[in-house]
Structure formats: C-alpha cells, structure tokens
Design a protein around this ligand. Sequence first.
Ligand SMILES: NC(=O)c1ccc[n+]([C@@H]2O[C@H](COP(=O)([O-])OP(=O)(O)OC[C@H]3O[C@@H](n4cnc5c(N)ncnc54)[C@H](OP(=O)(O)O)[C@@H]3O)[C@@H](O)[C@H]2O)c1
Length: 370
Amino acid sequence: MNNRRDFLRSSAVLGGVLLFSPANSGARSLERSNLNNNEEKKTRVLGKGSQALKVSTLGLGCMGMSYHRSFVPDKKAMIALLRKAPDLGVTYFDTAEAYGPLINEELVGEAVAPFRKDIIIATKFGFKNGKPAEGLDSRPEQIRAVVEHSLRSLKTDYIDLLYQHRVDPKIPVEDVAGTVKDLIREGKVKHFGMSEAGVDNIRKAQAVQPLTALQSEYSLMTREPEKDVIKLCEELGIGFVPYSPLSRGMISGYLNERSKYNPNNDNRPSLPRYHAKNVIANWPLIDVLKEFGDQRGLTVAQVALAWLLAQKPFIVPIPGTTKLAHLQENMGAAGYEFASGELEALTGKLDQIKIVGERYVGQSAEQTKK
Ligand SMILES: NC(=O)c1ccc[n+]([C@@H]2O[C@H](COP(=O)([O-])OP(=O)(O)OC[C@H]3O[C@@H](n4cnc5c(N)ncnc54)[C@H](OP(=O)(O)O)[C@@H]3O)[C@@H](O)[C@H]2O)c1
C-alpha cells in the first residue's frame, strides 16, 4: 500500500507540475520538476517548538460528509473518499463532536483506522450536548467527558489537535487551557487549538498552554482575520487554519442564486450571504477569480485556495468536500506559485469588491465575537 501511495503521490505532484507550469517559463518548469521542491510544498507546520505539528498544506474538512451541507452521502462512499485522501497528499482530517452531532467523528474514526498513526486528526469540544443550538459548554468536566467520547468515536487513544469550538464566556479561558494542558500531560491530547477566539482570549490561553492552531472562518468573502488575529498568530507562532475557505462552496462558481439547500441540515439558508440577492451582488468576486484562472488553467476554487496559501506560510485551509474530483482539484491549488507581481495585481482587484450579507446572525454571530 505504501509503495502504491508513494507512486500516486509522485504522480499527483508531477500532474501538478504539468498543470501549473506556464508554457513560456522553461526555467521555472525545470525548477518545479524537482520533486524535493515539491515535497516541501506538500506540507506546512502549525505552531512552533514543542507545539509544532506538521500537516498537509491543505487539510480535509469532514463536516459536510454528515452535517450542514444539505445532503448526507452514502457512508461507504465517504469511507472510500477518506481512504483515498492520503493518496492525494491529505494528512490533516478535521472533524468535531458537533458535526452530526457525534456521527462525523465515528465516520472519520472508522475510515482512517487502517492508517491512523500516519495522519493528524483534529476535533473540537465546546457545545452543550454537542449541539450548537443548545449553547456553549466548556466546563472542565465537560471537556474531559467529550474527549473520552471522541477517543471512542475516533477509535484512537490520542487526539492530535483538540480545539475549543467557541469561547465560552462563563468559563475562564485559562481553565479551558489548563484542562487541555492536563489532557496533554496524560497523553490523550497532543496539541491545543481554539476556534473563532479573539486576541485577548488567545493571549490568555497561550499563557497557560501554548496553542498550535487557531481555526477561524477566512476566505475571500470573510477577510476579518486579517485585521488582528492572523497578525497575532504570526507574533506568537500559532498556525492559522481557515475554515469554510470556499465560503461554504460559494467561491467555486458551483453554487448560484438558484441553488437550493435543505434547511433541516444546512446553515446556509439562515445566513444572509447565501440569499439570492446577495449571491448576485457578490458575483464580481467569482468573475475576477475566473478571469485569473482561465488564463492559467486553474478553476475558481483553486485560485481562491492558492490566494489563501500565499498570504502566510503558516496558513492551512481545510476545504470540505464529498467528491473525489473536488478533493483532487482543491489539493492541486497547493502547486500554484504566484509569479512576481501577480498576487498583488489579483489582490488589488479583489480588494475593490465589497462583499455584502453577514456571515453569521443571531446566536452564531454572538458566539464568534470573543
Ligand atoms: N471551526 C468551526 O467553527 C468550523 C465551522 C465550519 C466548518 N469548519 C470546518 O471547515 C471545513 C470546511 O468548511 P465548509 O464545509 O463550511 O466550507 P468550504 O470548505 O468553504 O465549502 C465546502 C462546500 O464547498 C463544496 N466544494 C468543495 N470543493 C469544491 C470545488 N472544488 N468545487 C465546487 N464545490 C466545492 C462542497 O461541496 P461538495 O461536497 O459537493 O464538494 C461543500 O458544500 C468543514 O468540513 C469543517 O471541518 C469549522
């Protein structure tokens, strides 16, 4: 299996070289055909020192295989996709107690069991009964109970990266970090992360248990983290993991104002950004990405992911998908290198587009203001 996997990885890398080498740039093509150079492009490091964690340049968001993306695909198909993912270079798998709830961890655990030791599993705690609608719960005893449950669901005896899903204002963040520190000491957890935490809480937590990663929404439709948290991550040596990097599928051209969602298993109908009039108003973003990609053999999603990767070397986006073709496409974005001036010119055009429609409303919005 390893030989086959190595072969497939090399093929994927070579595929990337052919796909992304500009025809008029012989020297750069030769340089890029060096497998060692490409090997470096396939991984990134989240966190520093004893908190450092080597992961694939893009991770795989597993949430949509069970939760919040309208349909729930056949389990066998998702297990096959998850087992194929390492062949495409994926080593970081992102799940949470809340996805399902509970069933997404079970799916991931079953799928990765044959190669568990070779990959990184990230999961999250922090909601009452694992259900975001019921509110937050990061009491230390609850964190411990969730971790025990996650370990069983994931069929493993350690969690590589454990995130607090949302800051719980009732529990001092130092107590949360202290509980995770104890779990690390006990060997049940290897690294600590937070999701959608603000600068003050990140600093307070970092003083107790240094973080490996901050996971927050970041995409070409949600650039708020550029204001302060990405800068703080750089200062403190914390990795940054953009979730919903394709804005829940919108930054691909695959969705449009006529797209239909299942409101019983999808948060998009409740989010203004996915309402038809806002989708139309935001379409110039897709136009700019498409124009850039059309000239370079890239899809809209690939340009969007390559742009995120180009912002900082400690950024590891985790696009979610239920399709092998989309996974291949998304992983291919890591092979694109912006030529001198190209990124700045693209960013200049993107900066002129005003995105309309809030990303969250109500309780979800409140939970991200921490
Ligand atoms: N920490 C948090 O609070 C939080 C919140 C939300 C999500 N997350 C994590 O982030 C991961 C990703 O977020 P997300 O699923 O919300 O958003 P996303 O990755 O921006 O978008 C996923 C959607 O895009 C579609 N898609 C993916 N690649 C595509 C491509 N190349 N072309 C066209 N469509 C494509 C997928 O549909 P198909 O299945 O049809 O490809 C899916 O519906 C989740 O799985 C989860 O692990 C974390």
